[in-house]
Design a protein around this ligand. Sequence first.
Ligand code: ADP
Length: 421
Amino acid sequence: MRMNTEERLRRMERLLAVARSLSAAPEHETFLQLLISAASELTDSEAASVLEQDSNNRLRFVAAPWFHRDALQSIQVPLEGSAAGWVYQQKKPLILQDAQADSRHNKEADRAANFITRSLLGVPILYRGQTIGVCEVLNKRNDMPYTDEDIAILETLASLAGAAIANAALQRRVQATYDEMARLEQMKNDFIAITSHELRTPLGLILGHATFLRELADKRYKEQLDTIIRNATKLKEIVENLSNVDNVQSGAARLRRKTFSMTQVLTDVAASYLPEAREKGLDFRLSVEDDELRIEGDAEKITIALSNLIKNAIHYTNPGGHVVVVAERIPDYVKVSVIDDGIGIPAKDLPHIFDRFYQVESHLTRRHGGMGLGLSAAKAMVEMHSGRIWAESVEGKGSIFTFILPLEAPPEQGKTKVFTG
Ligand code: ADP
């Protein structure tokens, strides 16, 4: 029976509507339900279903009419001895005009759904040349035979189903990867929190006792005790950086704000690194404008940020090089730059250096110590003050690390500002 133009147009429109709803994509399951109801309607069938291959190399129903859905949910259709399996394996459409008489028809689904399949049309669902499932329509009304038009319609719908199924599988994989990443991130955070907490007390004791002994010990042992103190102090810095980053991450970090002299902090921190810079043969300078720079914030946390930048500049600059710290007032902010003409940072690494544990050289081959925490701690400290930090660098030429801090603490979030006058 030939279709008239009007009927063909109606079917085209219906197909287009299904295609559109794929991109407007409601939920995956809703889309497949929509697709099977369009399949039954357009092929004039009593029922339709979508089967997908599962991990046991069987087919299972992922969409079926609502009145069959529960019954079919647990059914697994074998690839051998079923019409769907035949379509799946042969990658070809199949029409069974008299399903009950055909040995390829698997009656288990009929029994489960309390349904009798008289006729059947199945087409493969393909995605990128691979069969991933089967789309079926059952019992064309008035026992009419399925036609080439029906095959064409069902194949069009099956290709939409293919895109939808592949999409959903991809989404599941992305979600699983996200979940795994979140799990690993949580494990890393727990590890950091526990390690920094557990190391702090014994380290404090080592440092305390070594310092005490140094006062009492005679000259012969001073050098050894200095080595112990120096190395324990290095360990303490690592632990401090770990716990600083962890505290910010977990939201436990608190700012103890008050107005303080940034000029003083700059002078103190620079002075504490002067011996190290001199020992390495570096030209190390501090350039601060004459008017005292005063800001509102947590001096201890700013000291950590500044120390980490200066320490890096000294580490990553070869003897004979220069390190300059420049501080100035800009509108509403103080701007501090730590400039060196050291080894610089490759462009590909620059976007990542503020990430936790990120190091340009691999840990095993690097000449410089450290754990890749200094910059992430500095970033955390600056951002807690609503400041910004960034880096510019040219490999082999040097680096400039800059941060800006607001002169006045921004109003706390959630507090309403009351304007008077
Ligand atoms: P680390 O403990 O490894 O120094 P940081 O977080 O302080 O960790 O720095 C991350 C990485 O950024 C370092 O491993 C280093 O390769 C690079 N880096 C940081 N500061 C400088 C600098 N001034 N010059 C060159 N490279 C730097």
